[in-house]
Write a new protein. Structure first.
Length: 78
């Protein structure tokens, strides 16, 4: 279903796959953080959350680059 939506919107599947991976990382990091908080390891939970955020940021760089390039193309020059 997602592939059909991406094809209809003329979106490259690489970006859709990356977004799905980012969503997965967010859920896993949140789940791991909650487990470590429940175990009384608040400091470890904070590090798990930070690691998840860093991974998400690293994976999102190509998508952010495309968005910025698209916005720059839309800005009229002169």
């Amino acid at each position: 279903m997602i592939e059909k939506l991406a094809a209809n919107a003329n979106v490259n599947m690489v970006y859709v796959e990356t977004i799905l991976k980012i969503i997965g990382i967010a859920y896993i990091a949140e789940f791991a953080s909650h487990i470590t908080k429940d175990a009384g390891q608040g400091a470890l939970a904070a590090k798990v959350e930070l690691a998840g955020k860093i991974l998400i940021l690293a994976m999102a760089v190509p998508i952010l680059t495309v968005i910025i390039e698209t916005i720059i193309k839309m800005i009229p020059t002169g």
